[in-house]
Design a protein around this ligand. Sequence first.
Ligand code: 2GW
Ligand code: MN
Length: 296
Amino acid sequence: INSPLRKYCKTMTCKSFFLFFFSSRQDVQTCTTWKAPIIWQGMFKPDDYDQEHKSQGSSVALTVFAIGRYLDVYLKDFLDSSEQHFMLGLPVTYYVFTDTPEKVPNIKLDPQRSLKIIQVERHKRWQDISMMRMKSISDQIESDIRHHSTHVFCFDVDQLFTGRFGPEALGESVALLHAHFYRLPKWLFTYDQNPKSSAYLATGDFYYHAAVFGGSWRNVKALADACHKSIMEDKQNNVEAIWHDESHLNKYFWLHKPSRVLSPEFCWDASIGKRSDIQVRRLMWAPKYYNKLRIA
Ligand code: 2GW
Ligand code: MN
């Protein structure tokens, strides 16, 4: 691609217009109907994003929860792999939320990278452990993150980085296509079907995965506040959304369209098997060990 054309496209209000017509991926959807890019391998030059975000002074807060046995089983491998692949070259601060701060492993971090531990209570029900993350994320953005990082990324801990997960993933508001749903028709999406829940959604754009979401600190704060509010409304009304925080997240992204969408290359489940459109695996689901971890 020659450089005058690139310059021209940069000045357009919608960069994704360029991506839609000139991306090298013809096998997948690379743009949403509201003109947000869907990021696939081959669509971008990694170096361009590294340079752009370095010169903009981007910095990233990564939030992850490791409560109860999830700390012993997943946290060390998650952090070690993140040191190999997540936003290399940018300042990164990990925010590890746990009920047992003394058990957080001592990870050797690269310069420019640091780790903060936030003690949180251990909710009795796992559904609450998962849902109440929204409140903790919001509080931490307000008290700390917004003073130190431009962007926030929130992750499940039961995953492993296996490839570059760089600033091409950064945006104002970022959602991830769920690996199990990206090729399925909408009627199979597992949105909440109960009109009594505030997560109720009759239809949507995509089925997004709550294991990865992000954006500017302002937008992630707004998302976490909105999801927490609707989770609490449901509790008042004695209902719970079918997929907990994930249902509320899908409702939120239906009402507030993400500015950037990550392909399932950014969070792949090996049990799906080989798919020709998945050209790189940047983050992988870790094994579930249901019998050991979900006794409660
Ligand atoms: C969760 C379920 C059952 C038993 C324990 C836990 C649990 C979760 C826990 O004991 N300790 C803990 O720290 N967690 C945190 O919550 C941890 O960060 C974990 O990655 C996250 C979500 O739980 P997880 O990964 O077991 O749920 P998934 O992989 O089935 O997640 C999807 O659906 C969830 C809602 O049901 C969330 O929306 C999640 O973001 C989705 O990926
Ligand atoms: Mn998970």
